[in-house]
Ligand binder design. Structure first.
Ligand code: HEM
Length: 239
């Protein structure tokens, strides 16, 4: 149904000749935006599902190397981290290009990040901990990089659960606050990666640099928002 509606909307965009549609300019601009978002979402689906498809094919065709569990952990962990960073890149992209509807790409990107984190966690739970809850708790307590990785994963859970429009409406301003958890989750993810790498720390450092740039970029906006909130509360004090 939604797909048919989208198709109808899109078809309308190119079947009306310029000027024949009373809302032509407004309508075709909206149509172009919708079409762009649809294309971007399709690209996100293809790109985000590719590592998973590659792993599933590798399991069946036996190309995951001598230690398939290590390969599974590596690919799912890296994909989670990269997707979290890409999710954080949407806001700067939106501000720099002025392409505001790009905000709609954040949800699928964030959910795919969570999807890979869930698989990554389960690989560890199934193959390392063999479904043993006691061992699991012990490992989380004893190995700091597991503690940090697990905390990152737990931080992402409420974000994934409340990612729908319904929850957004219900939670109001609290939704934005809860979803700031992505900064913490990504930071913990980077620390987790840095901590577990034994020799060559260049890649974790590069990812830490990317995260720093994405966070520093937001600081002026946060300060400005804070300044406005303080000014508004002073204003209401005076009145
Ligand atoms: C947002 C959450 C997480 C992110 C972004 C993340 C990311 C990563 C990355 C990038 C790697 C390195 C892959 C490699 O180069 O081999 C990794 C490895 C690993 N992660 Fe995570 N991870 C997360 C959560 C977790 C959780 C919840 C657990 C288990 C409780 C976990 C357990 C592991 C293990 C056991 C390894 C392999 C360590 C080794 O090679 O010795 N991670 N993770």
């Amino acid at each position: 149904m939604a797909m048919a509606k989208r198709f109808l909307n899109f078809t309308q965009g190119w079947t009306f000749t310029a000027g024949s549609n009373p809302h032509s300019n407004l309508g075709s601009n909206t149509m172009i935006q919708k079409h762009r978002i649809l294309v971007c979402k399709m690209l996100i689906w293809v790109a985000a599902l590719s590592p998973g498809a590659w792993l599933v094919a590798g399991l069946f065709l036996n190309w995951l190397g001598a230690n398939p569990v290590e390969t599974l952990t590596h690919i799912t962990g890296m994909t989670t981290l990269v997707l979290l960073l890409v999710t954080l890149s949407v806001t700067p992209l939106r501000r720099i290009t002025g392409w505001n509807v790009a905000i709609r790409l954040r949800r699928p990107l964030g959910l795919f990040a969570f999807f890979y984190a869930l698989i990554h966690f389960n690989i560890w739970f199934v193959f390392d901990q063999v479904f043993n809850w006691r061992w699991m708790v012990e490992d989380i307590i004893e190995r700091p990089y597991i503690t940090v990785g697990f905390s990152a994963f737990v931080t992402l859970i409420p974000l994934a659960l409340t990612s729908t429009k319904g929850w957004m409406r219900r939670l109001g301003i609290r939704w934005t606050k809860i979803h700031r958890g992505i900064y913490l989750a990504t930071t913990l993810g980077v620390i987790h990666y840095y901590w577990l790498v034994k020799a060559d720390v260049r890649l974790p450092l590069l990812l830490a640099f990317c995260l720093s740039v994405l966070l520093i970029y937001r600081i002026p906006g946060w300060l400005e928002k804070r300044r406005r909130t303080i000014a508004r509360s002073h204003g209401s004090d005076v009145s």
